[in-house]
Design a protein around this ligand. Structure first.
Ligand code: BG6
Length: 493
């Protein structure tokens, strides 16, 4: 439970992220009794609305999207009272005074003049990160003897150079320890569980290396298309949108060495080492290691959905990828020679994020014969929508003589009751001052440095864009990528 009072100043208070994720997460934290007695959420937006209208909008977002629901109006009123709204054009330093007044009034009520804890959440376009953090400083909002923190969302730039520039701008007002970069995949329960599964089980840790693991596959598939985000997505593409951040973060969690202790810095050091060991894919090698695809029209959930180039606001000649598959190598002692296959795409048959650890096969004697098509052992970690894991083992078919059949041992994390949403855990950690599940600058910068040459190779237009029908698992080239190594994608469970 959090006990220190705090103010959360939310830029982008009328935006989609706030509505779908942040208000519901705050309410669930509140309802779970995790928020302190004194806190305030100060929404900042350009559109005109009264505090009452703002609170009503927060209520409808909670009713629609929150994991925990409002069951009692008293409880709601207590929560709603914490919300304030300030109209401001964030590009005008003069307009920050309204924010300051509300922040200071609350702090006065809590007897914390000059000592308040302040969290600035930028749920706005990234090109504003620099100017908002500067204006916060110019308005004196960063002057407090309590703590101050800045939370930002991706995309942090569109390549290494632009990310660096953005970071330098923010660093004029906030230190690295004060910047909380959200990668919401790090807030997911099962992503946070990877370290526990690995380092708390003697069953796995000794086998977690190239001696016993044949391949690792990471899939993050979605059924949705570009929806109404074409303005952003058509410039970004799946490589920047999903691989540079979420997929590489999962890869780091799977590959990192055990940290010396469970402290942010120790974990972070090990994660960064993974990125440093990640084999660089040169521009000239992109075609060999990476497949890019774009969805065409197709049937999904019994409906015909349009192709990417026919979506609203998408350039009809767009070469933006909506699918990426790649073969990666982590060139260190633990992972030498093990291919890591990753794939992510929109308009695929299922929404699923999962990791498959495929173990090496047993020597081919004893039970290997023409009647028994023994598969390898698998450990499947389901990140979403089902949270859990299962192992595929070989066992004797009951009643048979040495006939072998694959069996599964399963664990489900969220079947009996729901688990906290990523944003609940991330907001909690940001208020608590725990940066473990946030992205540090060197992770962001190394991830961009890895991605940039691939992007450049694609932008030169020499590497074909492969097409896949909506409702399929991506282009044929993604299967060929594995087949070349004698592997195949495991079906998503
Ligand atoms: C976001 C991407 O970061 O993650 C989206 O910008 C994507 O394109 C989303 O749809 C997926 O998140 P989740 O939590 O639904 O898997």
């Amino acid at each position: 439970k959090l006990t220190e009072p705090f103010s959360l100043v939310l830029f982008g208070a009328t935006g989609d992220l706030a509505k779908r994720k942040l208000y519901p997460a705050l309410f669930s934290l509140f309802k779970s009794g995790l928020l302190p007695q004194n806190f305030a959420v100060i929404g900042v937006g350009r559109s005109k609305r009264t505090v009452e209208e703002f609170r009503t909008a927060v209520r409808s977002s909670v009713d629609q999207f929150s994991r925990l629901k409002v069951t009692d109006e008293n409880e709601w009123n207590q929560f709603a009272r914490k919300f304030f709204y300030v109209i401001a054009d964030v590009n005008q330093p003069g307009q920050y005074q309204g924010i300051k007044t509300v922040v200071e009034e609350n702090e006065k009520d809590w007897n914390l003049q000059g000592k308040g804890n302040r969290l600035y959440y930028l749920a706005i376009a990234p090109d504003l990160f620099g100017s908002v953090s500067r204006n916060l400083r110019l308005a004196g909002l960063t002057e407090t003897s309590g703590w101050k923190r800045l939370i930002i969302e991706k995309p942090i730039g569109h390549d290494y150079a632009s990310a660096k520039k953005l970071n330098e701008q923010m660093k004029e007002s906030f230190t690295e320890q004060e910047i909380y970069r959200i990668d919401h995949y790090l807030g997911k329960e099962m992503v946070q569980n990877i370290n526990v599964i690995r380092f708390a089980n003697s069953l796995f840790e000794p086998l977690w290396n190239h001696h016993y693991i044949e391949t690792v596959q990471i899939t993050a598939s979605e059924t949705v298309g570009v929806e109404d985000r074409a303005n952003y997505y058509d410039e970004a593409g799946a490589l920047r949108d999903m691989v540079q951040n979420h997929i590489l973060q999962i890869l780091m969690m799977v590959c990192m060495e055990p940290p010396s202790r469970l402290k942010t810095e120790a974990i972070h050091d090990e994660k960064v080492k993974v990125l440093r060991s990640l084999r660089k894919i040169e521009e000239s090698e992109a075609a060999e290691y990476v497949v890019r695809g774009q969805y065409r029209a197709g049937m999904l959930d019994g409906k015909l959905v349009p192709g990417y180039r026919d979506e609203k606001n998408v350039n009809p000649a767009s070469n933006t990828e909506t699918f990426v598959a790649a073969k990666l190598y982590v060139d260190n002692l633990r992972w030498a020679g093990v291919p890591f296959y990753i794939r992510t795409g929109k308009r695929m048959p299922a929404k699923a994020t999962e990791i498959v650890i495929q173990f090496k096969e047993m020597p081919k004697n004893l039970y290997f014969n023409k009647n028994n098509d023994l598969g390898p052992n698998l450990l499947v970690i389901n990140i979403q929508p089902v949270e859990g894991m299962y192992m595929v083992l070989n066992a004797k078919k009951p009643g048979s003589i040495n006939e072998i059949t694959p069996i599964a041992m399963e664990f489900c994390n969220n079947c009996d009751q729901g688990t906290p949403e990523a944003y609940e855990s991330l907001l909690h950690d940001a208020v608590a001052g725990d940066q473990t599940f946030f992205t540090h600058w060197d992770e962001v910068s190394l991830a961009w440095k890895f991605i940039d040459p691939i992007r450049r190779a694609w932008d030169r237009g020499e590497i074909p864009l492969e097409f896949y029908e909506s409702g399929t698992w991506g282009p044929q080239a993604a299967d060929d990528l594995l087949a070349k190594e004698g592997h195949r994608w495991w079906p998503v469970s």
